[in-house]
Ligand binder design. Structure first.
Ligand SMILES: [Zn+2]
Length: 391
């Protein structure tokens, strides 16, 4: 096919309309796009032959021969999504609507370095594709979430503290070499934010997602899209200073960082010091569930500290939803109550009158879903669809 035959205002525009999943007739598509019927027919043929569109039998006919309807075909291609953490990875093959077809958890050690970890992930990914009855040729793209800062445009980790050997490693290039597909990379908090948003809150335009675990970070959704900032560092709130005097030293070298006083690791350290042994977020959650008063007090205070910092973010950003996720969020209402207390107290009424402060609904599935949506949104954007069709 000659690329020039495709008008950017034609095929891609038509396809974007149909991505909502609602089947439409040629007449409806012509009315909605303003394109001539003959042009619509031509564009539909292109999309049908690519597999991105399918005939739909959902026509509501009032009698006579029902008009032919067309709908987005989520089964046209698949996405391999990998949410890689410090000690384990979640892998999934999804369709183009982000529905998980098959998935698997895998033990990994991020400290083994990029080549070992990514090769294992690719191998496991190939096996999952086979399990789903697909192969590498069906891949629309691959998405990777990593537990450290990533420059999203290049897909390279940048000084990741718990990932020896990964600094500056060209993750997309390596994965493309293994699987032959376009690869996108982002940090774990951004992909969790995207997954939580698209799965549960997409009727709202603006959201802040906070991950509270060993560290603390947030992902910002603005007008339905991730706001990454100029280097991909937006939302890194763990190293904002808490608004009171403390001499607690943070792993970043500064004093009084939010992460150093309110993360799962920080609470575990405080509890251990007080004679209640705990080493990580899971221990803290377990103590809280068993009614440990010191654990509950520390969790509530952590919620308040996080809320103080979030109150500033709420004033600057005015989100509709503030979702709290990460391992410590499993401690439940005590953490959220502390966050609410501080945010509502410190923000002006206009910023909070419709603000919902909620526990993440996706739990530990948020990341892998977010990775899939990141790839789908990129690869099915108008300019990319034009390129896909000209292959
Ligand atoms: Zn710090």
């Amino acid at each position: 096919m000659i690329r020039g035959e495709l008008s950017p205002a034609g095929t891609a525009m038509l396809f974007q309309l149909l991505r909502d999943g609602r089947p439409r007739t040629r007449a409806e598509l012509s009315a909605e796009t303003g394109l001539a019927r003959s042009t619509v027919a031509e564009r539909i043929d292109t999309l049908l032959s690519s597999g991105l569109l399918k005939f739909s039998d959902k026509a509501n006919s009032t009698g006579g021969r029902p008009p032919t309807m067309f709908a987005f075909n989520p089964a046209a291609r698949v996405v391999l999504a990998a949410d890689i953490g410090a000690t384990h990875a979640k892998l999934a093959v999804t369709d183009l609507a982000g529905e998980v077809l098959v998935q698997q958890d895998k033990v990994v050690d991020i400290a083994d370095g990029p080549e070992v970890v990514l090769r294992e992930v690719c191998e496991r990914g190939r096996a999952l594709l086979t399990q789903a009855g697909r192969d590498e040729c069906d891949l629309l793209g691959v998405g990777i979430g990593l537990p450290g800062p990533v420059e999203h445009l290049s897909g390279k980790p940048t000084n990741p503290p718990i990932m020896p050997g990964w600094d500056g490693f060209d993750v997309p290039d390596f994965v493309r070499g293994e699987l032959g597909a376009v690869t996108l990379v982002d940090n774990d908090v951004n992909i969790m934010a995207l997954g939580e948003y698209r799965s549960h809150w997409s009727e709202y335009a603006h959201m802040i997602f906070v991950k509270i675990a060993t560290g603390i970070g947030s992902g910002l959704i603005s007008y339905g899209q991730l706001h990454r900032g100029s280097q991909g560092a937006a939302g890194d709130m763990g190293h904002v200073r808490v608004p009171y005097d403390t001499d607690v030293l943070c792993r970043c070298g500064n004093v009084g960082c939010l992460e150093a006083v309110a993360s799962g690791a920080a609470i575990a350290a405080k509890l251990t010091e007080a004679g209640v042994p705990a080493t990580n977020s899971a221990d803290v959650v377990s103590l809280a569930r068993n009614g440990s008063v010191p654990a509950l007090q520390h969790i509530r205070q952590a919620g308040r500290d996080i809320g103080e910092v979030l109150a500033m973010a709420v004033s600057l950003f005015n989100p509709s939803v503030l979702a709290v996720g990460g391992a410590l969020s499993l401690a439940g209402e005590h953490l959220i109550a502390g966050v609410r207390e501080a945010v509502y107290q410190r923000s002006l009424p206009l910023a909070t009158q419709n603000l919902r402060i909620v526990q993440s609904r996706s739990g530990d599935e948020a990341g892998v879903h977010g990775v899939a949506f990141m790839v789908i949104d990129h690869a099915l954007a108008p300019s990319q669809v034009e390129a896909l069709l000209s292959l």
